[in-house]
Design a protein around this ligand. Structure first.
Ligand SMILES: [Zn+2]
Length: 123
């Protein structure tokens, strides 16, 4: 799903994208002449890899996110949650994919290693 930033209205509109059983949904609106915001949530069974043993596993994830999109060059002091789209096209699919990728790149332990962790803390 792609929408021109200048066509995004100031009133909130809903969106929902689903890919491989993972849903990305929420709302978006325009918050300035060159600025739009997306508030959404990633929800679904996400393939993750354990940072301790390297095991691949699938876990149910519910992760909210909030990004701003601007169609002008970013200022140096702008936060990491601001996405630059100089062609003025807000690409929801790409934004959802990058949100999913950032969840996957966080530190994860598989259920087995998590159990071991608790064991070590107790003793
Ligand atoms: Zn593990």
């Amino acid at each position: 799903m792609q929408i021109l930033l200048r066509k995004i209205r100031e009133t909130e509109s809903p969106f929902s994208i689903e890919e491989n059983g993972v849903r990305c949904f929420g709302k978006f609106w325009r918050s300035g002449k060159h600025r739009a915001e997306i508030e959404g949530k990633i929800e679904g069974e996400l393939p993750l890899s354990c940072d301790r043993c390297g095991e691949e596993y699938v876990e149910h994830v519910e992760e909210p996110f909030h990004v701003e999109i601007v169609d002008r060059p970013l200022k140096v002091d702008e936060s990491l949650d601001v996405i630059e789209c100089l062609d003025g096209i807000v690409d929801f699919d790409a934004i959802c994919k990058s949100e999913i990728a950032s969840i996957q790149s966080e530190y994860h332990l598989c259920p087995g290693c998590r159990d071991k962790d608790e064991f070590e803390i107790e003793f």
